[in-house]
Design a protein around this ligand. Structure first.
Ligand code: ATP
Ligand code: MG
Length: 383
């Protein structure tokens, strides 16, 4: 699907320095250009290693935990510094992130300078992480899929993160007014801002799903080798007749009007992008079986992988370079055929460096012998 596009540059992580990040020994590492396979027994720090790398992309844990949790038990501050290189002239960028438990302070710098806005601090690695927990994207509730969308779009669509931050702030205040039983005029004073930011969020989410649903179906089919699946946007505000952002605003305003009675009763805003979902369905003769309710374990994992592959494709297109692929022991739970086809996809799609973890050498099949092996024991990596 992407092979006819001109060869894209990869951003590669060339060096990584760790200090007091979970159980990882404080150390400085140089990463091979093609990537690395990190092998180690359970609970030695493999996922922690990928968590540290991915922290430089999103400034949060891919496991969805708070920053405090990643500071080594006996320390107060963790620090992760990565050096990326891109292009033929090997342009270097240093991304540094630190978090202090006491005072809960996060500090980020790009080439030594603190970015003014959060959005400028994100996405410097162009990384995608695949993990066994991704199955929750499919099996879990709508909030899992909203979180996925929010991360992908914040990293790849200009303005999205700002709209999301505005929306959340306004929603909190509006809900506080509803909960406090304030007069309707006090509640509706927040509507203008809610509608503005909310419409931008919905419009961006819809456009992304519409643009990417074919790729999702294609990846799903290629990995499963059999059945198909589809992805559709399920906004809580009906948008069928709304195409421009102005239309979306009007639809949102109308939906708020219709739900005014209900939200007074419940003390909470009941329509808006905070109630959206992305439906993932099996494509079969009984059209519309939700993967969440009817998918087998393998089908759900396949759909989750397809979502991550779509995320990688988004990075490739929006940031015009090949993503760094982080694979956390992802083949453990898939049948041989599916794992083989995923490997093939990851190798044939334009991906950059690959950093993968596995408990056993035998699980390392990506780029087969080309990928150097590192070992990890008790948080200490030997290269
Ligand atoms: P598996 O193969 O089971 O997935 P893993 O190698 O991926 O194992 P990790 O999740 O990376 O294991 O590391 C788990 C270890 O890290 C546990 O022993 C845990 O106690 C330790 N650990 C987690 N958080 C911290 C922390 N903040 N400080 C010190 N150690 C921590
Ligand atoms: Mg792990």
């Amino acid at each position: 699907m992407f092979s006819d596009s001109p060869e894209r540059q990869a951003v590669r992580l060339s060096a990584l320095a760790l200090r007091h990040f979970r159980n990882l020994r404080s150390q400085e590492l140089e990463l091979p250009a093609e990537g690395v396979a990190l092998i180690g027994d359970n609970a030695q720090g493999k996922s922690n290693f990928l968590e540290a790398i991915y922290y430089l992309e999103t400034l949060r844990s891919f496991r969805g935990v708070r920053d405090e949790q990643m500071v080594a038990f006996d320390a107060d501050v963790f620090r992760v510094v990565g050096t990326t290189e891109s292009g033929d002239e090997r342009r270097r960028v240093e991304v540094a992130a630190a978090f202090q438990k006491k005072g809960k302070r996060k500090k980020v710098s790009i080439d030594g300078t603190e970015p003014e806005r959060m959005a400028d601090a994100l996405g410097h690695l162009s990384a995608v992480i695949f993990s066994p927990a991704d199955v929750e994207l499919v099996s879990g509730g709508p909030s899992e899929r909203r979180r996925f969308l929010d991360i992908v779009l914040s990293l790849n669509e200009p303005g999205y993160l700002g709209a999301l931050q505005d929306y959340r702030k306004i929603l909190l205040r509006r809900n506080a007014a509803l909960k406090g039983g304030e007069a309707p005029s006090v509640v509706s004073a927040w509507n203008h801002g809610l509608i503005r930011s909310g419409a931008e969020i919905m419009q961006t989410r819809r456009a992304w799903v519409e643009h990417r649903h074919a790729a999702f179906a294609d990846y799903y089919h290629r990995v499963s080798g059999r059945d198909g699946a589809r992805m559709t946007y399920r906004p809580s505000v009906p948008l069928v007749d709304a195409s421009s952002v102005q239309d979306v605003r009007e639809a949102f305003a109308e939906a708020l009007g219709r739900s005014a009675e209900q939200e007074r009763r419940m003390g909470v805003t009941v329509v808006g992008p905070h109630r959206d979902d992305v439906r993932l369905r099996l494509e079969d003769e009984r059209e519309g079986l939700d993967l969440r309710d009817y998918g087998s374990g393998g089908q759900r994992r396949t759909a989750a992988l397809a979502l991550r592959l779509v995320e990688a494709a988004t990075i490739r297109d929006r940031r015009t370079h090949r993503p760094l692929i982080l694979l956390d022991d992802v083949f453990a739970e898939l049948d041989g055929g599916r794992s083989e086809r995923i490997l093939e996809l990851i190798e044939t799609e334009e991906t950059g460096q690959v950093v993968l973890t596995a408990p056993k050498e035998a699980d390392v099949r990506v780029r087969r012998d080309a990928l150097p092996r590192w070992r990890i024991r008790g948080g200490e990596i030997s290269t």
